[in-house]
Design a protein around this ligand. Structure first.
Ligand code: ZN
Length: 503
């Protein structure tokens, strides 16, 4: 047989794309041609494949070898096509039966000794294969932990080229993962570590129920960072679909190929000096590296000392907060990166940090500096924050409930909202669009009356939508069928407590 087809996959953005590898072997002067928009790393594949085949005791064909990668218009990058190219050559030269390779996707880099090496983004490739109805995938051992989480895929880990052939022929078993007992790092930081601050802990719990964006203002040292870091521990675990998406993103973003499945909401806390590329993502050649906003997809983005971030960085949050994605446009790659996160902001009350303290320290900030500082987080961004709280100085030494106890309450409340939204395309209170909120999710008459007066007084229509979403989270926590007058009153308090200070 002179012509063979095998299947590989590459990563574009954070998604996988299947690539068909066609290998033609014909008589002529010895040469290897590779077509189909390969970048430098794919062009080098033919050298790795040749040496790996020879060093595995297999035969590299004499004569002319032409390798075509399709779809031809898709730019291919990375070493993940090595194995698919090698299997195509082995098929074209009759060293393996074509039936054995036609319905399997091969994703691995080849070492010169024929060993299979891990590649970044292997999970995205397995997801793409499963979506295309191809369930058999061969990956390196280092990628198998993340690839096993795709429920419809049969991902098999092999050690080298000969092992792949033996596995396809049914003569050898794939490598198996040893059970691991890695400690869960989120369990190491617990909400009970936060001393005092009952109101702020309660506001954090409400934010966790509805995935509400949350802002804290308080003097340095009152525990803002401590509180924010503990939200991941009280959020419900990710669903199967969210786990797939979050793990695929982190597998592409990581410089290490071995990323464990992410089952808890990710928590990203970029420093205020982070560049725009570090926040929204960057493109090198054709490889996209997701930024902190995308890595926080299905999780939490925490901006500590929010006014210290550049204005551009803060403005970059607006698009993902509205649409759930970032439109990245560079000369070598244009596309959308997912970025649906819960935003948590922490700010000092003023540049010197003493404006709110009840100690002997006095605020020394000039009024202009104070104004510039509070205006840094602009109106449109602040408008997207559902819950604003002032964090007072620490009083008392009592430790509160543990993360596990609070998480149980959050999960129960989330179940109520999930039942309510069973027929809608969203699952949490913060996602309900305004039109649906007005039509289908109004509060009890007492709550509606209070909400109407809030619109008339200061809140505006948009503000009232945000209040109503928080009121629904409060109702879910209390087990109320609809938000009561008290729920709406508390939601107005949660939205406005910080603004009262700022004005
Ligand atoms: Zn000050």
């Amino acid at each position: 047989m002179a012509l063979a087809r095998s299947l590989g996959a590459v990563v574009s953005g954070v998604s996988g794309q299947l690539v068909q590898v066609e290998v033609d072997h014909s008589r002529g002067l010895p040469s290897v041609g590779l077509v189909g928009l390969p970048d430098a790393s794919v062009i080098e594949s033919k050298h790795r494949a040749k040496t790996a085949i020879v060093n595995s005791g297999l035969v590299w064909p004499k004569g002319r070898v032409t390798i075509s990668l399709s779809p031809a218009e898709l730019r291919k990058h990375g070493a993940g096509l090595d194995l698919a190219i090698a299997m195509g050559i082995l098929g074209a030269t009759g060293q393996i039966s074509l039936e054995l390779i036609c319905d399997t996707v091969f994703v691995a880099e080849l070492g010169l000794d024929g060993s299979l090496r891990s590649v970044p983004g292997a999970l995205s490739c397995v997801i793409a294969a499963a979506q295309a109805g191809i369930h058999s995938v061969v990956v390196p051992f280092g990628n198998i932990a993340q690839c096993r989480i795709v429920p419809t895929a049969r991902a098999a880990a092999c050690s080298d080229l000969n092992h792949v052939i033996a596995y396809l022929r049914g003569e050898s078993e794939p490598l198996e993962l040893a059970p691991t007992t890695e400690p869960d790092s989120t369990e190491l930081i617990d909400l009970s570590d936060v001393v005092g601050q009952e109101d702020a802990r309660w506001a954090l719990e409400v934010a966790a129920v509805g995935r509400h964006n949350f802002s804290m203002i308080g003097s340095p040292g009152v525990g803002k960072t401590l509180l924010a870091q503990r939200i991941a521990g009280i959020l419900p675990p990710l669903t199967e679909k969210e786990t797939l998406q979050a793990t695929a993103i982190h597998a592409v973003a990581s410089t290490q190929a071995c990323v464990s499945p992410i089952t808890r909401p990710p928590f990203e806390a970029p420093h205020h000096s982070a560049s725009m590329a570090a926040l929204v993502g960057s493109v090198h050649g054709h490889r996209v590296t997701p930024g902190a906003l995308t890595r926080a997809h299905h999780g939490v983005l925490f901006l500590d000392e929010a006014p210290e971030f550049s204005r551009n960085a803060l403005e970059a949050l607006r698009q993902p907060l509205e649409s759930g994605h970032i439109a990245l446009s560079r000369s070598s790659w244009t596309g959308l990166l997912p970025a649906r996160f819960q935003l948590i902001l922490a700010s000092n009350p003023c540049p010197c940090g003493n404006a709110l303290t009840d100690t002997l320290k006095v605020c020394s900030c000039a009024s202009l500096a104070l104004r510039k500082y509070t205006m840094k987080v602009s109106g449109p961004l602040r408008d997207r924050i559902d819950i604003n709280v002032l964090i007072p100085s620490i009083r008392g030494t009592s430790a509160g409930e543990s993360s596990a106890v609070v998480r149980e309450r959050v999960i129960s409340a989330r179940q109520l909202s999930a039942q309510r939204f069973a027929d809608y395309p969203w699952s949490t209170n913060s996602e309900v669009p305004p039109a649906s909120l007005r039509l289908d999710f109004h509060p009890e008459p007492g709550g509606a009356e209070l909400l109407n007066s809030y619109v008339g007084h200061s809140g505006g229509l948009r503000g009232s939508h945000r209040v109503l979403r928080v009121a629904w989270s409060l109702a879910d926590l209390a087990g109320n069928r609809r938000p009561t007058r008290e729920d709406v009153a508390l939601a107005i308090h949660l939205r406005n407590s910080e603004m009262a200070m700022a004005s």
